[in-house]
Design a binder for this molecule. Structure first.
Ligand SMILES: *[C@@H]1O[C@H](CO)[C@@H](O)[C@H](O)[C@H]1NC(C)=O
Ligand SMILES: *[C@@H]1O[C@H](CO)[C@@H](O)[C@H](O)[C@H]1NC(C)=O
Ligand SMILES: *[C@@H]1O[C@H](CO)[C@@H](O)[C@H](O)[C@H]1NC(C)=O
Ligand SMILES: *[C@@H]1O[C@H](CO)[C@@H](O)[C@H](O)[C@H]1NC(C)=O
Ligand SMILES: *[C@@H]1O[C@H](CO)[C@@H](O)[C@H](O)[C@H]1NC(C)=O
Ligand SMILES: *[C@@H]1O[C@H](CO)[C@@H](O)[C@H](O)[C@H]1NC(C)=O
Ligand SMILES: *[C@@H]1O[C@H](CO)[C@@H](O)[C@H](O)[C@H]1NC(C)=O
Length: 427
């Protein structure tokens, strides 16, 4: 994508620098002969203005007005905040203003919890997630609203450079042409900001092609995943009220959408305020106080506690969409805490009156051995590997797993659903 754009731009410049003077010289001679000097000057000035205006408009449309004047090396060596404001300039045509919704009595009922504020003990300078009033760098506001009968919006937390994993997800389980008769699905990939301008341009090119990505105004990093999740809640609140369900996953996950549509969603279709997930009960997950642990949390946070309140493992979380605006509202009152699963599926929802958790374990969440099981399909047609979620270590594995999931489903249900012919992605 990137190299194409560059080539196009080089071509564009060449056209003016190489053939421009020839055309101009020819026109000058013609004009001088027939009009005289004053009229010729007028014609030359008009032509030049036209060229400048056209070139400028074209560049605005490409969003490269600022970029053209910048030395890329200089940009890359700048401190992070410099790069951030640069990205803002470059992409300002894509930045959108967020709309505020009027509060229903239900949302008004959500109030801060002082005890929780004390436990989280966020530093005063970054008390609430920065995403709460943040802008988007790029978004497709119509992703949901342009779709009738949207059953599921799939939200994927993804790393900026995971282009291939996103592609695999689009081609496989998030592609509803494979299960359109059961429901309509759309996918939205959530991203933060990057320092690398070239990476940013590649992401923008990908966005222009698929229009299924949302980039927020915060640095994309492991300890900023809470910001990513809150951005998801915010965007769904503003732009995706028409989806029935929200399914949150990560970019290394494959979901068996056939099991989701036939066995999970029907159980919750008439329910409200539901979070369906791999539920971690209160007082079961330790808070790690050992400094070398990946999830180390200082004794200043959750002082005196040894374990977390209830939450969900974030690799698969299903919500009835009615509850999202309430969780987003609650997040605006929940001080920032970087352990994303605890914050997004525990602390923030804990403010919402009437919220209900259901466990997914009866739909067999076992994911580490799942691909092996699907690989041995012929021996396992008696549904012994009916797993809802598997982990994938690389894009090829996602594709193989999805093909096996389709085969299993076709075998079990028969061909009455007339699934579209699937290319065998293993070859
Ligand atoms: C949406 O669902 C309604 C009711 O089930 C149906 O009448 C309509 O045709 C559907 N629209 C689309 C575009 O599938
Ligand atoms: C979704 O699957 C269909 C059918 O295989 C395919 O034509 C289409 O290109 C896929 N979409 C994407 C984004 O890969
Ligand atoms: C999280 O994002 C904010 C806003 O961009 C930034 O100031 C902060 O340094 C980031 N934190 C980490 C740990 O990356
Ligand atoms: C949900 O409601 C519809 C319409 O009232 C009904 O047909 C369906 O059986 C209900 N589903 C469940 C799981 O209760
Ligand atoms: C909150 O954190 C500060 C340091 O950031 C610490 O001095 C204070 O004791 C903490 N309060 C509690 C209740 O843990
Ligand atoms: C799959 O089949 C192979 C060879 O038959 C066997 O070694 C392996 O244990 C099987 N794995 C599973 C998960 O059934
Ligand atoms: C599947 O189950 C049926 C009856 O429950 C049994 O006869 C058959 O042998 C099983 N098939 C396999 C491959 O285990």
């Amino acid at each position: 994508m990137l190299s194409q754009t560059k080539t196009q731009r080089v071509k564009l410049k060449r056209r003016w620098t190489l053939t421009g003077p020839d055309i101009l010289g020819y026109l000058l001679k013609m004009c001088q002969r027939s009009l005289g000097n004053i009229a010729t000057a007028a014609v030359v000035i008009s032509i030049l203005s036209l060229v400048i205006i056209l070139n400028f408009t074209d560049n605005i449309q490409r969003g490269i007005v600022q970029r053209k004047n910048l030395d890329i090396k200089q940009v890359q060596n700048r401190p992070y905040l410099g790069a951030r404001s640069l990205i803002k300039q470059v992409t300002k045509t894509m930045v959108s203003q967020h709309t505020t919704t009027t509060l229903s009595p239900e949302l008004m009922a959500i109030t801060p919890q002082l005890e929780l504020d004390r436990l989280i003990n966020a530093s005063s300078k970054e008390k609430y997630p920065v995403t709460i009033n943040g802008k988007y760098i790029f978004e497709n506001p119509q992703l949901c609203s342009s779709v009738a009968n949207l059953s599921v919006l799939i939200i994927v937390h993804t790393a900026p450079d995971h282009f291939k994993m996103r592609l695999a997800i689009r081609r496989t389980w998030a592609n509803d042409t494979y299960y359109r008769k059961m429901g309509v699905a759309r996918v939205l990939f959530l991203l933060g900001q990057v320092e690398d301008l070239e990476l940013q341009m590649k992401m923008e090119a990908e966005f222009k092609e698929y229009r299924d990505m949302l980039q927020g105004d915060f640095r994309d990093s492991y300890r900023n995943l809470t910001h990513k999740g809150v951005m998801g809640y915010k965007w769904i609140t503003e732009r995706c009220r028409n989806a029935k369900f929200i399914l949150k996953t990560d970019d290394d996950i494959v979901v068996n959408m056939f099991i989701l549509f036939t066995r999970v969603l029907p159980k919750f279709e008439n329910k409200t305020k539901q979070i369906v997930c791999n539920h971690v009960l209160a007082n079961t997950m330790s808070i790690f106080r050992d400094k070398i642990n990946k999830w180390y949390v200082s004794e200043h946070n959750f002082r005196g506690k040894h374990s977390y309140p209830e939450y969900c493992s974030g690799f698969i979380v299903l919500f009835t969409n009615d509850v999202i605006p309430a969780i987003f509202r609650a997040a605006t009152m929940t001080p920032f805490f970087w352990v994303d699963d605890v914050y997004l599926y525990g602390l923030a929802p804990s403010h919402v009156p009437g919220i209900k958790y259901s466990s997914l374990t009866e739909h067999a969440l076992i994911w580490s051995t799942a691909l092996n099981c699907y690989r041995n399909m012929t021996e396992n047609f008696n549904n012994t590997c009916d797993v809802l979620v598997t982990k994938s270590w690389h894009p090829g594995e996602s594709e193989e797993t999805w093909v096996e999931m389709i085969k299993q489903f076709e075998h079990r249900i028969g061909t009455d659903l007339s699934l579209p012919a699937h290319p065998d992605m293993r070859t």
